[in-house]
Design a protein around this ligand. Structure first.
Ligand code: PFF
Ligand code: NA
Length: 453
């Protein structure tokens, strides 16, 4: 508790929070998941509902999350309990914080596996290992990389260790210092990739694919996926944004920073689409090739293009940095909680959490080789971690946070935290009371098959 008032536990620079929160938001979700989901769920129709979910559900909830963090000045569990107590509410509300913290941990345990793919592909690019010239050949390389638990485990372990080292160093020395150079670096690299994609010959087709809104193509599954992804991509209800918000100095505008983060995240997702799909189309490959899109189709496309290897290396460096700045945010909640509430030193908390994380992530990693058949209703460990967190835990956590803020808490708390004008506040209240919760509930009901939209 006492550690909190020390200045090293607030962001140091003017841009500290925005950079760190954007670093958290921009990740594999934007560069790996968004493009392949868009490919799978039919292009523009998916993009449209995704954007609606960001605006109607994601942005209002992000404001609430940062608000809880700053008001409660602590990890999700402590912050939500304190804010609830301020309004005379019981400690039961902190269950939302528990779920969020668990959710961040669960996401990280499969996230490090995908980040491990990224690092191993960077290694393969540099050492000339991505030399197949057919889709099947690239699929075989992807398969071989996954087939050995020792190989795959090496890369996911490496990511886990780097993540815990950064988090162990603390908010300013670890997190803020690393995002300071990684974020600008990523933007530059993404820019280079888009310019390259513009000259690839598939740019027009990619624009059509991403922005040609054919609403008929949208399914209930696509809708649920779009909502889940809105939470995932903005790092919501997983403890990350709330904990980062707890380091936000008092004077900063929560509304303004929320918009900045959400807009940057959306732009990067669309930019990733504009960097990847032209290259895919120019080489006549399938945009709907699933999670392997950037690990099979994209390297194949690059192999066939001038300067391809260079671009490929840039791509995987960028992807790895994006993954790391997100990974550190997912575990910060747990480490902060152990540190502040349990009095465990930051470094010990980071290593302790890291060991548990390593065990769970190893189970997720084994889903790609020896544990591929350890399934329950058709999903393996990796599949369950992804499905439970994105489709259920994040939306439910978001629903809880919205209800608490919209209906339960004393009205002046968010009035003073958000500091909006009268009209803006009324609009925010309307969104958080009705639009966001109803959106979440309707999509849940639809997903349960009770109703078809
Ligand atoms: N927003 C990250 C991405 O798009 O890759 C993923 C993420 C980060 C989810 C942090 C949850 C979280 F707490
Ligand atoms: Na994201």
């Amino acid at each position: 508790m006492t550690t909190r008032e020390k200045p090293q536990n607030l962001w140091m620079g003017r841009w500290g929070f925005v950079l760190a929160a954007t670093g958290s938001a921009v990740g594999l979700g934007n560069i790996w998941k968004f493009p392949y989901m868009t490919g799978e769920y039919g292009g523009g129709a998916f993009v449209l509902v995704y954007l609606l979910c960001i605006a109607a559900i994601g942005i209002p909830i992000m404001m609430v999350e940062i608000g809880y963090g700053r008001r409660g000045r602590g990890s999700p569990i402590d912050a939500i309990r304190r804010v609830a107590r301020e309004s005379g509410q019981g400690a039961g509300w902190s269950l939302i914080g528990w779920m969020a913290m668990l959710c961040g941990f669960m996401i990280l345990s499969f996230y490090v596996v995908v980040a491990g793919w990224s690092v191993s592909y960077l290694w393969k690019t540099v050492t000339g290992g991505l030399n197949a010239d057919t889709v099947d050949g690239m699929a075989a390389i992807f398969g071989a990389n996954n087939a050995s638990p020792w190989n795959l485990g090496f890369w996911s372990t490496l990511v886990t260790v780097v993540t815990m080292v950064i988090v162990g160093k603390g908010v300013q020395e670890g997190i803020e210092k690393s995002v300071r150079w990684m974020m600008p670096g990523m933007v530059v690299m993404l820019g280079i990739m888009i310019v390259y994609a513009m000259f690839s010959g598939g740019f027009g087709q990619a624009l059509d694919f991403l922005f040609g809104f054919e609403i008929g193509k949208l399914s209930s599954a696509g809708l649920l996926a779009a909502m889940g992804h809105a939470f995932f991509t903005l790092s919501l209800a997983s403890g990350a944004i709330l904990t980062y918000g707890s380091y936000l100095p008092d004077g900063k505008s929560i509304a303004r920073t929320t918009f900045t983060v959400a807009i940057c995240d959306t732009l990067v997702a669309l930019m990733a689409g504009l960097a990847i799909f032209p290259v895919i189309f120019a080489n006549g490959l399938d945009p709907a090739s699933g999670p392997g899109l950037i690990f099979m189709s994209l390297p194949l496309a690059f192999e066939q293009m001038p300067l391809g290897t260079l671009l490929e290396a840039i791509f995987f460096i960028m992807l790895t940095m994006a993954a790391l700045t997100s990974a550190i945010s997912m575990i910060e909640a747990t480490v902060a909680w152990l540190n502040e509430s349990k009095g465990i030193s930051r470094v010990k908390a980071a290593w302790g959490t890291g060991i548990v994380l390593w065990i769970v992530s190893t189970l997720a990693m084994l889903s790609f080789n020896v544990g591929a058949d350890w399934t329950l209703v058709g999903k393996n460990v990796f599949g369950w971690l992804d499905y439970l967190t994105s489709r259920w835990m994040m939306p439910l956590g978001g629903l809880g946070m919205a209800i608490l803020a919209g209906f339960v808490l004393r009205d002046d708390i968010f009035r003073s935290e958000l500091g909006l004008s009268r009209t803006q506040h009324a609009l925010w209240l309307f969104m958080i009371r009705y639009v966001s919760p109803l959106g979440i509930v309707v999509i849940f009901i639809d997903a349960l098959g009770v109703m078809t939209l």
